[in-house]
Design a protein around this ligand. Structure first.
Ligand code: NAD
Length: 448
């Protein structure tokens, strides 16, 4: 089947590449000329394990094309997926300008019946709004073509995007038209062989499902972070509490970790957008409000622990930061907790030595040049001679670090992801602070 995917970011490129891998004919379109030029040269502009291989293979096989030309992309395709960004507006609501723009540009080039599929995360009612834009644009052109709007929210996780797309837990299709539902089923048939993953529902429910899913996941994180804060005060250990509650089948273990707070391109903005929907409908959302409030507080926590340890000024102190990306497996720095920590430390006069296996280039684009910042080759170089190490992103390579090769000036560790057993860190001579676990202190003479 012939597919156009508008927007070649994390979602659009994965969607296009995976459809092509399953034998569909895909055109990926973006307004970013640089990105399209790179993709044509086989350079994938984002870090996503396994993606480059699939992109290259399918591009070579002629099943995957890249263009900036809407006229070509739309005229060749039956399905037009919209996978452009929906960032936060100033008031927290979803900024739909990119989606609206994409809808208009599709309508300007329509040459017959199209199925316009919204993969971007958009508030309830946006599908209808897209339909209005298409109608208006077509009537301005003085043409009349039939079209359908489908909501097909995406649930992939960066870092695992390929396997999430290839073997999704579910494929949500929001449409009121059974004929379109059947065509969507045909499109997704290669992903639906093992067992039926398709859940067909009305447009509004599909749009709402994506927000409800992200709000639920964010709630679990904030819940655990709030429990962790209480654990620290009462002397309990959140990792034990996690085992104790996760074993309850109604709760489960997944997504039940305390840490340095959630970031990324989805949870923060989607939680805010859901709150904005509540405001729009004059329906208070105290639970969702609290999820965000707890997360804002949590992102400050690691920095506060460090400042509390050293006193108010960090002048003359140097800290290593292990991990910058908002989570392992990606180079995405959007809303990354590491950025909050770095800014806290720099403001207090500290020097920072930064290392991330893949997110350094993106971090360099975000942080202002500063003599306080040193970019390091690996975790060992970052830790060399520092007053403390802070772990923010739990890359696997940090889990089994050879601590013999880690040579800080002071053995002081702030672990934002509870990666190590506190007693083992104590045995290595570290004063060890983590999240929701009793700190492990080592007598001063150990340092000398
Ligand atoms: N990143 C994720 O993990 C994830 C997961 C599920 C859902 N989503 C949702 O998917 C959507 C896309 O997210 P993303 O992370 O892929 O965004 P992104 O910022 O990585 O990519 C968006 C792309 O769209 C392009 N674009 C913008 N306007 C355009 C237009 N008019 N025509 C053509 N291209 C245009 C941009 O140049 C960019 O390349 C968002 O709504 C997001 O909430 C993201």
């Amino acid at each position: 089947m012939k597919i156009l995917v508008v927007g070649t970011g994390y979602v659009g490129l994965v969607t296009g590449a995976c459809f092509a891998e399953m034998g569909h004919q895909v055109i990926c379109l973006d307004i970013d000329h640089d990105k399209i030029a790179k993709l044509k040269e086989g350079v994938v502009p984002i870090y996503e394990p396994g993606l480059e291989e699939i992109v290259k293979r399918n591009y070579k096989a002629g099943r995957l094309e890249f263009t900036t030309d809407y006229s070509y992309g739309v005229s060749e395709s039956l399905f037009c997926f919209i996978a452009v960004s929906t960032p936060c507006d100033e008031d927290g609501s979803a900024d739909l300008s990119y989606v609206q723009q994409a809808a208009m540009q599709i309508a300007e080039q329509m040459n017959g019946y199209k199925i316009i599929v919204n993969k971007s995360t958009v508030p309830v009612g946006s599908g209808r709004a897209v339909a209005d834009i298409v109608h208006t644009t077509l009537s301005k052109r003085g043409v009349s073509f039939e079209f359908d709007i489908v909501s097909n929210p995406e649930f992939l996780k960066e870092g695992d995007a390929i396997s999430d797309f290839m073997k999704p837990d579910r494929i949500v299709i929001g449409t009121d038209n059974p004929r379109v539902a059947a065509l969507m089923e045909e499109l997704y048939a290669p992903f639906n062989i093992n067992h039926d993953r398709l859940i067909t529902m009305d447009l509004f429910s599909a749009e709402m499902t994506k927000y409800a899913a992200n709000a639920m996941l964010a709630s679990r994180i904030s819940f655990m972070n709030e429990m962790a804060g209480l654990c620290e005060r009462v002397g309990a250990d959140i990792s034990m509490v996690r085992k104790g509650i996760g074993s309850d089948q109604r709760i489960g273990y997944a997504f039940l970790y305390a840490g340095a707070g959630y970031g990324g391109s989805c949870f923060p903005k989607d939680v805010q957008a859901l709150r904005a929907t509540g405001r729009e409908y004059d329906f208070p959302t105290p639970l969702i409000d609290a999820v965000e409030e707890v997360n804002v507080r949590q992102k400050m926590l690691l920095g506060e622990k460090i400042i509390a340890h050293f006193g108010d000024s960090l002048e003359g102190k140097t800290l290593a930061i292990w991990g910058l990306a908002f989570k392992p497996g990606t180079d995405d720095m959007r809303e990354a907790p590491a950025l909050v920590l770095i800014r806290q430390l720099l403001e207090k006069g500290a020097f920072v030595r930064l290392y991330d296996p893949v997110a350094m280039p993106r971090t360099k684009e975000i942080l202002k040049k500063s003599p306080q910042v040193t970019w390091c080759r690996d975790e060992f170089e970052a830790a060399k001679g520092v007053d403390a190490i802070a772990l923010v992103t739990e890359w696997k390579q940090f889990r089994f670090v050879d601590f013999e090769k880690v040579q800080p000036k002071q053995r002081l560790f702030f672990d934002g992801r509870n990666q190590y057993a506190p007693q083992e860190m104590a045995a290595r001579g570290y004063e060890y602070y983590s999240i929701g676990q009793p700190p492990v202190r080592v007598a001063d003479e150990v340092y000398s």
